[in-house]
Design a binder for this molecule. Sequence first.
Ligand SMILES: [Zn+2]
Length: 466
Amino acid sequence: MALRFYNTLSQQVEEFLPAHDNTVRMYTCGPTVYDFAHIGNFRSFTFIDILRRVLRSHGFRLDHVMNITDVDDKIIRNAVAQHKSLEDYTDAYTRAFLDDCKTLRLERPERLTPATSHIQDMVEAIEKLTAGHHTYTSDGSVYFRIATFPGYGKLSHNDFSGNLAGARVDVDEYEKADARDFALWKAPKEGEPAWQTAIGPGRPGWHIECSVMAIKYLGETLDIHAGGIDLVFPHHENEIAQSESLTGKPFSRFWMHAEFLMVEGQKMSKSLGNYYTLRDLLDRGYQPEAIRYLLSSVPYRKQLNFTFDGLQSAATAIGRLRNFKLRLETDKYADGSGAGMSARTEKAAHDFVEAMDNDLNTAEALAAAFEYVRDANSAMDSGEFRAGDAAAALDFLGRFDAVFDVIEPTTATNAISDSEIESLIEERQAAKKAKNFARADQIRQQLLDQGIILEDTKSGVRWKRK
Ligand SMILES: [Zn+2]
């Protein structure tokens, strides 16, 4: 079966092939670099990484552009408050984002494009939209007039024909003719940094940067545009309105969106105390591979419930794969091939590819891999697995890991995990009860050596990281 994806635009699963030659022209919305990215963001970026790897496994070449939003209201507010230039402020978070991507083994897109390097391109696009009567100006800001684009709503499948006045869908503090209209260019407020341009002083709105950079580097019609589901409306809807008003062509053939991430069954939010950056999880001692595994294990169109139990299970699953690989590489097997073993390996490889080709069904792909690992392990135990079967098994594992990329351990981090700490504390409590104070002290010291401080309180033992 062919590679097929669910297309948000058509609401159908469609067969995917690039429009021209063998190259997939893909645009994905990157981070706004005003803070560290959180694990919800990384769910989307991990989905995009898996998508890239599957496309490449089909022999397609990739031309993938991702923007870095390095100017927006929050960035300006924070930079001004910290007396930093926009550049100094965003550079640090851009670097942090790229480091985080590396930690999670997310492939670098072929091109990363900072919005602020494309101000002139955006100004020219806005001038062109103005020439086509798609804009109006109010208080020095330029707005896109949605009424000039009849296709508005086709991606989010919202019906905007009714009167929406008063329903503020693109919240900002400027005067607009229609609540749906959005800013292409924002005039500076007092004290704010601004670019001096042919359309006046100011800065670009968020939506225009993606349209402009996508068309500049990838052409008028993309093969795939992807991002998180929260971007469908208004961001991607607005990108379509701008781009198609500029070019008169469909902006993207496929639109793909990753669902939300929940934490322990709840929406992630700072106020609920369940908000995690990648760094928070690494500080708690979790391995990047386990985080990557958990983020990719649920098919991207399903909500992912991120739990700490789930992270433990991910680590266990990865351990099983590593043990299997070690066995393949080091155990001694009798010569020849086991009965039916090569057919079983072939079936696993086939089921794996079929699951990924079916709109990136990672859950089924993982099931196929683990069923095979179980089967092959018992064939090894019973002597059915022979020396001649190892190469194909390793080859399958290689194909698996070309997509999931979790088998090789990350060596740099060796921090102790929460659950390891808890179990050492339990052991120490038991030692104290048994009056084995030497052992109890030894455990305290062992934890201290790893940066864990214990406090004995009336209500039990508390611990924290140094
Ligand atoms: Zn975008």
